[in-house]
Design a protein around this ligand. Structure first.
Ligand SMILES: [Zn+2]
Length: 458
């Protein structure tokens, strides 16, 4: 498998550090608000990476954290009068439910910073021992001049490029960052009461969970500097080794060609997209352009993604009830070849379109060919596992757009129609069918009983 390594600025052949095992750490969300489309893009990109590696036969250990102590969370406590736990528990639950809607697999471990305070404190002590820290009146700071390779990850050269964030003016260098912020309201430590800085939590958790250099450290492109640069620097100064062998970053989400951000007021939440289209369509849409490219979010494009999925689901419906054979051969290889090239999704999706068209043509010719049907079903199952789409019931997929109350009403009408047919009252059965049609529901009689779907009007 080839991946693009951000640090090396080139595609490399991924060779696991330990036999067949790939260890991946992705920086997760700070839980003070609902997750936005940038979080979705990052989660889906590295969920795809994980699924492809598994399909290629690797054992993958996948860790994604929750930052559950941070200035933004403290600000939210002030503005809402809630405790830290109330806020972080609520937004962690919200995040998990968004990820479920997008069919992103749960990480093997989902560490929270506040559960790793001892590891974080130990890490800072180690940095202190190695002479890479200094103390100011408001906290313990990391001395970036102690890391010879500082800025080698992001490749920043001109120090003036480093954005001046509101920070302590007594710092030795503008690049230095806080490891432990003094604050009487928080946790005990050998340095005094306080709370950890963001950049230390990930390195401390990686050190605790993996205990060694990991294969891939990943996250959004906005994390490359300063967050990942600072993480890498701490690991070199604490343990004289690299934090990760490879670094991967996904592109920004743009709305109307402007970078999505809260300050621009164009920050789209995942929940907003989920109100427009099924989670699976949102996933397909965000996955449909290369993970490193900047993504221009557009609602019309989101809705056409639903239609592209409809086409594959129609094929799945033609095969309803068919047992899959084992996925193998040309189709599977063509998808894995495409995705092994730094997740070349455009080629993979084009191969899927081709397969769907060919399958429909072949089924038209040989509608009773069982082996053909089992092979196509196997291909669809392979797509399901590797791309994380097509996992829904093929009939329910076409029922999207009705709420639970409406669905119940429809089910009751179908039941009444079945009873009328059983009593040979075909006139009544037809009247009920007309009523269902007027509600926007199409009925299909199948060997497994009546099935229904929403009638789509263009
Ligand atoms: Zn991180």
């Amino acid at each position: 498998m080839q991946i693009y390594d951000t640090a090396l600025k080139q595609k490399i052949e991924l060779k696991p550090l330990n036999s067949n095992e790939i260890n991946i750490y992705v920086c997760g969300p700070t839980v003070y608000d609902d997750a936005h489309l940038g979080h979705a893009k990052s989660s889906i990109s590295f969920d795809l990476l994980r699924r492809v590696l598994i399909a290629l036969g690797y054992r993958v250990k996948f860790v994604k954290n929750f930052t559950d102590i941070d200035d933004k969370i403290l600000a939210k406590m002030q503005s809402t009068n809630q405790t830290l736990e109330q806020i972080t528990t609520y937004y962690i639950d919200r995040y998990i439910s968004d990820m479920k809607a997008l069919n992103v697999l749960n990480a093997d471990i989902e560490p929270k910073a506040t559960c790793y305070l001892n590891s974080i404190i130990d890490y800072i002590l180690k940095l202190e021992q190695n002479g890479a820290t200094y103390k100011l009146e408001d906290g313990i700071y990391f001395d970036t001049s102690k890391d010879e390779k500082y800025l080698s990850l992001s490749g920043r050269k001109d120090e003036n490029l480093i954005a001046r964030v509101k920070s302590n003016n007594s710092k030795r260098s503008e690049k230095d960052f806080v490891l432990w912020k003094f604050d009487e309201n928080w946790y005990d430590s050998p340095f005094g009461k306080g709370r950890p800085g963001w950049h230390t939590e990930c390195v401390a958790m990686i050190s605790n969970i993996f205990g060694k250099t990991i294969d891939i450290h990943a996250g959004g492109a906005d994390l490359l500097f300063p967050h990942h640069e600072n993480e890498a620097a701490q690991c070199r100064c604490a343990y004289h080794k690299e934090l990760a062998k490879h670094w991967m970053h996904n592109g920004f989400i743009q709305v109307d060609n402007e970078k999505m951000s809260k300050s621009l007021g164009n920050s789209f939440f995942i929940k907003d997209a989920l109100a427009i289209a099924p989670g699976e369509a949102v996933r397909y849409y965000l996955m449909s352009s290369h993970y490193r490219a900047n993504f221009n979010y557009d609602i019309a494009d989101l809705l056409s993604s639903k239609k592209r999925l409809d086409k594959i689901y129609r094929l799945k419906k033609r095969l309803s009830g068919v047992e899959a054979s084992e996925a193998k051969g040309e189709f599977k290889n063509s998808i894995l070849d495409a995705l092994s090239d730094d997740l070349n999704i455009s080629v993979a999706l084009a191969k899927i379109d081709e397969m769907v068209n060919q399958a429909n043509t072949n089924l038209d010719k040989e509608p009773k060919n069982k082996a053909l049907k089992s092979t196509i079903m196997a291909n669809l199952n392979f797509i399901k596992d590797t791309l994380g789409i097509l996992y829904q019931d093929e009939f329910e997929w076409f029922q999207y757009g009705f709420d639970e109350t409406q669905k119940e009403k429809i089910m009751n009408l179908i039941k009444a129609r079945d009873e009328a047919k059983l009593a040979k009252d075909y006139k009544k059965a037809d009247l009920i069918r007309d009523e269902l049609n007027s509600l926007g529901v199409a009925i299909m009689d199948t060997p497994n009983g009546a099935k229904w779907e929403k009638i789509w009007t263009e």
